[in-house]
Design a protein around this ligand. Structure first.
Ligand code: UGA
Length: 316
């Protein structure tokens, strides 16, 4: 098997590419090092991959790359590249989101017309917005509350349209707040753990009673592999870790695991943040045989270990 992983220098892309190589596959990775967090962190993510003879790296944006040659002799594209960040998606940077999340996906889909190449599109729980009843189901009407969520939903809709009209083998996975080693530095656990280990203040948006269905990175990676094997054309699947918890309760857990106190400062709730997420993963269980296997406590322990070794000693 030969795969393309877009966004291969990122948190999920690099973890997925490593797994594919472990399975003996050929991987072409592409990344343009979007200037959202330090390039040095992404280069660190790539280190192990670059040492593998079955890995080839292309530094380019999907909007510019020659897709015909990128996709020649490839069986599957794991499309993880995106402009991330729910809270940062307001304002003048929105064009970065539309270009990298919508246009890049549309270009990929155009290039996949008339091929048998499968596309696993990384979508997001942020497409749902504030749903009335939890858990969130794929049949709910998506009503995103952030510009980021709007772009992820647009990309997902494009996948459905190209599947329906051109038979493109596209499948979307709605990830629910993924965490673990290599988590992006703008995300909650990364910020919390770093601050606690350094004795610094943690900022909590709102009262901390918001909940998330946090998903461990290797469960998100497994979901991609299963979707590659079993995902139904044009479908979307919730990928959640099965552990819904308040931000306040996460802090208590982190205090226990790090044996450090959390110095909390509350700030106003952030525009674009949803109050609660919780995935109904029945569809992913039925079609993909997906079942998350890592508990929040175990996943957090691994993220803390990674941060102690790979982040804290450096000036990231
Ligand atoms: C995350 C990712 O950043 C998105 O790319 C992804 O699409 C999304 O999950 C998803 O599941 O769809 P988010 O849920 O905001 O977005 O993830 P975190 O940054 O880990 O935030 C989790 C919670 O902690 C949020 O309620 C946020 O308001 C809160 N938070 C975050 C704080 O209170 N303080 C912080 O410093 C950071």
């Amino acid at each position: 098997m030969a795969s393309v992983v877009t966004g291969v220098a990122g948190f999920i892309g690099s973890s997925l590419a490593e797994k594919l190589l472990d399975r003996g596959e050929q991987v072409i990775g592409i990344d343009c090092f979007i200037d959202y967090y330090p390039r040095a962190l992404k280069e660190k993510n790539l280190q192990g991959l670059l040492a593998n003879a079955r890995f080839r790296f292309i530094e380019q944006n999907l909007v510019d790359v020659d897709l015909a040659s990128l996709l020649a002799d490839v069986d599957i594209v794991y499309h993880q590249a995106a402009q991330a960040g729910v809270r940062a998606s307001w304002g003048k940077d929105f064009s970065i989101y539309t270009r990298n999340n919508i246009l890049a996906t549309q270009r990929l889909l155009e290039a996949l017309k008339g091929t048998k190449i499968k596309l696993i599109n990384a979508s997001s729980s942020s497409v749902y917005g504030e749903v009335v009843t939890l858990p969130m189901r794929e049949t709910d009407i998506p009503q995103p509350v952030s510009p980021y969520g709007v772009t992820k939903l647009a990309a997902e809709h494009l996948c459905c349209l190209y599947a329906r009209n051109y038979g493109v083998e596209a499948v979307s996975l709605r990830y629910f707040t993924v965490y673990g080693p290599r988590q992006r530095p703008d995300m909650a656990f990364h910020r919390f753990i770093k601050a606690m280990l350094r004795g610094e203040e943690i900022e909590i948006y709102g009262n901390g009673e918001q909940t998330r269905d946090f998903t461990y990175i290797q469960d998100a990676v497994s979901a991609n592999l299963l979707a590659g094997e079993r995902g139904q054309r044009g479908e979307v699947y919730n990928i959640g870790g099965g552990a819904r918890i308040t931000v306040n309760n996460v802090l208590e857990l982190l205090e226990r695991l790090t044996e450090k106190p959390a110095k909390v400062r509350h700030r106003e709730p952030q525009k674009g943040d949803v109050t609660h997420t919780y995935a109904d993963t029945q569809k992913a269980q039925d079609d993909l045989l997906f079942k998350p296997t890592t508990t929040l406590e175990d996943g957090l322990k691994r993220q803390i270990e990674w941060m102690q070794k790979e982040i804290l000693p450096f000036q990231f």
